[in-house]
Design a protein. Sequence first.
Length: 123
Amino acid sequence: MANFTEDQLIQLKAALHKRYLELQCEVREELTHTQDISNEELIEYLNHVPDDIDTALVDRQINEMRELEMSMRYLSELEFGDCIDCGNEIGFERLLAYPSAQRCIACQNQFEKTFPKESKSSL
Ligand SMILES: [Zn+2]
């Protein structure tokens, strides 16, 4: 795990949770715009995104939430802050700005060159 101070970890954890809640609100708003959906249905939806529903609307949010979930899991497994490609530190500033970041800047650039479709939003 990257070398964070206790204080940095607390900040990063807060940033992760905040971003996650923001996304959850966005998804809920977009879904409730188009259909009546209860909280239970929303959770079900987020856990098992059905194939037969057009998810383009919330795809970006769902993807980012998955990444945040992964980061939160890493946080408790003490692997948080390491680039999933090269294993180097992602960096505190970058994580604070992009809590869902899974790669260091160098690997992210490389990833976007290799998989331009997956990494860019459809907007
Ligand atoms: Zn890297």
